[in-house]
Ligand binder design. Structure first.
Ligand code: SAH
Length: 213
């Protein structure tokens, strides 16, 4: 796996572009500056890796656009040692960004092909999640709940109740909600029984799909 000066230079340009687009969180920008995004894509896509675009990965899925990864991660307000649940491991790129923020990362993927590929690949390149799970993100991860942060990286037609239930008080859920287009939404658990909802811009994600089993 090569990460050359050229790649690093392209990443620096990408980060400058993200700053122009409004990303401010220095730790998030630093993580994007560090993770070799081209490793998470097929080699034929090398030239595309540092454009601010989503790209196809296996199983009809995509690696999210860098801006989207940065924006969601910024909204998540991750701190070191936070227990973070990610729904939609996909290529593992977002997982790697969360690992660099020193979160304890749990990530669920429902496509077996992607789950197998990414769970071998991530530790090999030095990003060690606490747990990578093959399963249905609609259910969350009860066994390891509650979480400080939950991040959904696929378009959710509605907000799954288990995800709200598995948030700590004070915790945040970042989730794009909608069918064809999604509204980036943040739920903050303000007490055992109450949540505060905030809405941000519109995004386009691949759909969050039901359990295959
Ligand atoms: N974070 C990923 C984004 C991948 S796209 C990355 O950086 O590459 C969204 C991912 O969510 C896809 O891999 C898709 O298979 C997965 N997904 C869709 N529905 C899901 C569900 N119900 N549970 C878990 N993962 C799901």
């Amino acid at each position: 796996m090569v990460d050359s000066f050229k790649h690093k230079g392209l990443r620096q340009k990408l980060v400058e572009n993200l700053i122009l687009k409004g990303i401010k969180n220095e730790a998030v920008l630093e993580a994007i500056r560090k993770v070799p995004r081209h490793w998470f894509m097929d080699s034929s896509f090398l030239d595309h890796a540092y454009q601010d675009k989503a790209f196809p990965i296996a199983a009809n899925q995509t690696i999210s656009q860098p801006y989207t990864v940065a924006y969601q991660t910024e909204l998540l307000e991750v701190e070191a040692n936070h227990k973070v649940l990610e729904i939609g491991t996909g290529s593992g790129y977002q997982t790697a960004v969360l690992c660099l923020l020193e979160a304890e990362v749990y990530s669920i993927e429902r496509q077996l092909e992607l789950f197998k590929k990414t769970s071998l690949f991530l530790p090999k390149i030095g990003y060690v999640a606490k747990r990578l799970i093959f399963g249905d993100g609609y259910k969350g991860l009860k066994a390891d709940a509650p979480f400080d942060r939950i991040l959904v990286t696929a378009g959710a037609p509605f907000v799954p109740k288990p995800l709200l239930a598995q948030l700590k008080v004070g915790g945040r859920l970042v989730i794009p909600v909608g069918d064809k287009e999604q509204v980036m939404s943040v739920f903050v658990r303000t007490s055992q029984k109450s949540f505060k909802k905030q809405e941000f811009g519109n995004f386009k994600f691949v759909p969050m799909l039901g359990d295959k089993s």
